[in-house]
Write a protein of this length. Sequence first.
Length: 493
Amino acid sequence: MDRIDEESQTPAPPVTFTGRKTLVAAAVAVVLIAGALLIRPARTDDDARPPRPSERAASAVGMGAPAAVVDLMALVADREKWLAAHPDDEASWAVLGSAYLEQARRTADSGWYPRAEQALKRSLELRPAEKGNFDAMTAMGALANARRDFGTARKWGELVRAQAPKRWTAYPVLVDAYTGLGDYKGAQKAMELLLEMRPGLVAYVRAAQVYRDRGWREDAVVAMEHAAGAAKAPAEKAYALFRLGELSWERGDPAEALRQYEGALRTDPAQAEALGGRARALAALGRGGEAVRDYRMALGRTPVPELARELGELLESLGRGEEARAQYGTLATMAARDGRNGVDADVVLGLYEADHGDAAAAVRRLSEEWSRNKSVQVADALGWALHRAGEDEAALEYAKKATEPGLRSAEFAFHRAMIERGLGDQEAARRHLEEAVRTNPYFSPLRGPLAKEALAAIAAPPPGGPENIRPTAPWVEPELPKAAKPTPTPSGR
């Protein structure tokens, strides 16, 4: 035992390597590394090089996220070249269709929609929906939403969800479809499931949309800030900043909106939506000349009918009537083009006709739209068209449908106030005019000043409150019924 203890206390000699031992160790290491590579071959993920533009765009469109214009062009060229040699690749057809759809969103050129539909249908021919072609099915739903065909979008989204309930990409389609149809409870439920499955940019954007529609402004801003924080590419960041600018604009803060729009343009100069937003904010800040310039630049990049309507009304407010009429003509041309490409432009056309054209035609157009989509936007437009056509009683019912679900919109409040004024309900009109001015006094260069004039024209309520109201007759104590006497119970029972 003593000997063992002594040996245990003796320190071990240092390990040294001779030249021969070093060579043997190196050879063993090489064999072990080679064996590991045989067990798990190198993957493409192991490539340390950054992804190519087409790969970046493919990843973005696959996630339903914004993609850079140059990356999209590279992806389209890459897939078109590949499919020319491999026409039976259903996955590539789905990717190409999604890329066409994103091109339409970035450029506001509805001519991309038929091309996207053709590519996606080709993918579904090669691999039908019943065999689980989920990428093409999801893209078909997104295409229907972009065309404002929300009923068709809902069918595609629900079909994907029925076959693959855990496939998260179906839920953004469902949120947008339910919102367009006016099913706000369904939209919120789909959004909550999306947040559980895949929190990130796409989910946070949809959450902000749902919160905004419910009137929860602070929640909407926080969700969109989360989206900006989750953005991984300049195009994604710029889109989130643009949406933050929209939220600031809607709550009547044009200076903050301008800051967000300019941040979006610095991040991605091709973000034409932010350019249109900047024009709107500049007009609110009294910088009309700069606003007209930005509107024209935005329309040159993204010919959107709504922007043409906004520019026309700004020009009209500046006394430039001839230029305004030219913009209204451009609006009609754009809407007709979009209609040929399958886009439902009835809401913007109906509002234009109600304010600047044939109100009866607007009522007919928007009544047909209401039969398909019962969103608050359609309800507001139809109510306003009915008011302009002189049918205030019917108009009020739709104005209530637009304002009561929760969305805080100065335009909606103004429309309802003017309808109530037409019905002679001055108190309700005052209340909603105050709401419009308080929400966003700059909501329109034409109707914003009208709201202030109407509010000033309605007499203020008399001073005082309930404590100052005096009865017209002296108070008389009412005769109260006397309580019945209890009947005595006979004894012995």
